[in-house]
Structure formats: structure tokens, C-alpha cells
Design a protein around this ligand. Structure first.
Ligand SMILES: [Cu+2]
Length: 268
């Protein structure tokens, strides 16, 4: 039932997040009904007509203690059995650098700067003092050879299906928040911090859009989910999840473009 209101599931851990959300909502529903019944009961049972004077003895039964205890136990189970393990897998159990596709994402007002390490798997050096809003949004250091094969994009995140992606998330200015709803990924980008975010996409963009039509025909999108300034509404990125071969082809295309545009390239 809950599924009706949720985006499609497109990452390996998404189902677990939905389950936890489901259990939390069921608990809240039970609490809501319980409190509502108690409220109605108290309104009727202690109405003024039947109780002209105040009762100074108060409640004698201990039933409410048991109910409170049961709710606390349910909450501890949700926290200890579901929440904490799930959270710890997200923040602590990072995929190894060998298997994962590593990407740096640097948020700014109002765009996502995306940085791939290229064939050598090593990010070229970057330095905040080299940042230029027009020509060098990532502050890349052209003198570092490790950066020669680095691929960068703005607002276009390309991923490979069934391969873990390890994002190093940071921001140049204010707090932004990186969200891909179908991946059940949402992480604040906090000034001064480099925050790892990882997930395994399980659906390609083609899989996702296969059944979609009309207004809902779009693919995966990155939304900034932290009000970050006047242009917040347009801080939107696009995610393409490729099959393994298509991803290799895309990356090769980017590398190719790098080597042929050497002359007018900032890094050439
Ligand atoms: Cu933002």
C-alpha cells in the first residue's frame, strides 16, 4: 500500500529503506489510532456533566505504563534491529576502491560539478584557490599529470548498472543536499566536509523509462533537497545508468574528446 506513494526502486539497498519506512508508518498508525481512541474516551468519560467536581486521586490503574513500555520496546527494535544496521552499512561499510566507481561531486550555487578520475583511477589534484567560476569550477591543477585523463561534467552523472558507486560529496559554498529518489540516496553536502555516499544502481535508465509515458517519461534526476538560495529550484542534475558496455563506451568517448580537444583545452 505504502509503495503507491514511493518512487520506483533502483538501488540495491532501496528495498530495506522502504521496509523500515513501512514499519515506522505502521507503528505511527497504531499510535495515532490509540491516542485518538483514548482522547475520545477521556472526553466522554470525564465530561463535565458527570464530573462536577475535580477528582484529586487521579489515575489508579497501571495499564498505561504497560502500553508505554510496549511502545518503547517497539521503538528500540526498530532502532537497533533495522535503523542502526542500515545506517552503518551506508556510512561505514564503504565498497573497496577496486570494485567501486569513484566520483567526486562538488555542489555549488546552483549546479553539480562531477569529476571522474579517468583511466588511471586517480583524481588529479584540486585546490580551492584555483577555482574559477567560468573556466575551472572544480579548481583542478593542470600541472598534475594524474589529472590529464580526468573526465568532468556539469549536472550529468553517468553510472554503471550493478557496480557500486562511491561518491565523495562536497560543496563550495552553502549546504546543499544530494538526492536521487529512486536510489533512496539523500545526503547533505556540508561546507568543509568530504562525505562518502555509496549505492549500487540496479536499473539502467532504459529499464526505468521503459514503462513511462508523457510527463513521467523522464529518467533519474539529482535534486538539491536543501533550500540553498534563489536558484535552488533549478539545481537539478541528470543521472544516466548505463549497461556495463555502454558505460565503457561513454567513458571512452569522453577520453577521446579530451585527447582531440587538446589545443583549446584548458589543460592542454
Ligand atoms: Cu543546492
Amino acid at each position: 500500500m505504502l509503495k503507491l506513494f514511493l518512487p520506483e526502486v533502483a538501488s540495491a539497498h532501496a528495498e530495506q529503506i522502504d521496509q523500515l519506512m513501512g514499519w515506522m508508518h505502521w507503528l505511527m498508525l497504531v499510535l495515532f489510532i490509540g491516542w485518538s481512541l483514548l482522547f475520545a474516551y477521556v472526553l466522554i468519560r470525564f465530561r463535565r456533566r458527570r464530573n462536577p467536581t475535580a477528582d484529586y486521586r487521579g489515575l489508579q490503574s497501571h495499564a498505561s505504563n504497560w502500553v508505554e513500555g510496549a511502545v518503547a520496546v517497539a521503538e528500540v527494535i526498530l532502532l537497533a534491529a533495522f535503523s542502526i544496521p542500515l545506517y552503518s552499512a551506508r556510512v561505514d561499510d564503504l565498497p573497496s576502491k577496486d570494485e567501486a566507481l569513484e566520483v567526486r561531486i562538488v555542489a555549488e550555487q546552483f549546479a553539480w560539478n562531477i569529476h571522474y578520475p579517468g583511466a588511471d583511477g586517480v583524481f588529479g589534484r584540486t585546490d580551492p584557490s584555483l577555482v574559477d567560476a567560468e573556466t575551472n569550477p572544480l579548481g583542478r591543477d593542470g600541472s598534475d599529470p594524474a589529472g590529464d585523463d580526468d573526465v568532468t561534467t556539469v549536472n550529468q552523472l553517468h553510472l554503471e548498472v550493478d557496480r557500486p558507486v562511491l561518491i565523495h560529496l562536497s560543496t563550495k559554498d552553502v549546504i546543499h543536499s544530494f538526492n536521487i529518489p529512486e536510489m533512496r540516496v539523500k545526503q547533505d553536502a556540508v561546507p568543509g566536509m568530504n562525505i562518502p555516499v555509496w549505492f549500487v544502481p540496479t536499473k539502467t535508465s532504459a529499464d526505468l523509462t521503459a514503462g513511462r509515458q508523457g510527463e513521467r517519461s523522464g529518467g533519474f534526476e539529482i535534486a538539491c533537497t536543501q533550500l540553498c538560495g534563489m536558484g535552488h529550484y533549478r539545481m537539478r542534475g541528470f543521472v544516466t545508468v548505463h549497461s556495463t558496455d555502454d558505460f565503457k563506451a561513454w567513458m571512452a568517448e569522453q577520453e577521446e574528446a579530451l585527447s582531440t580537444s587538446e589545443e583549446d583545452d584548458f589543460w592542454g
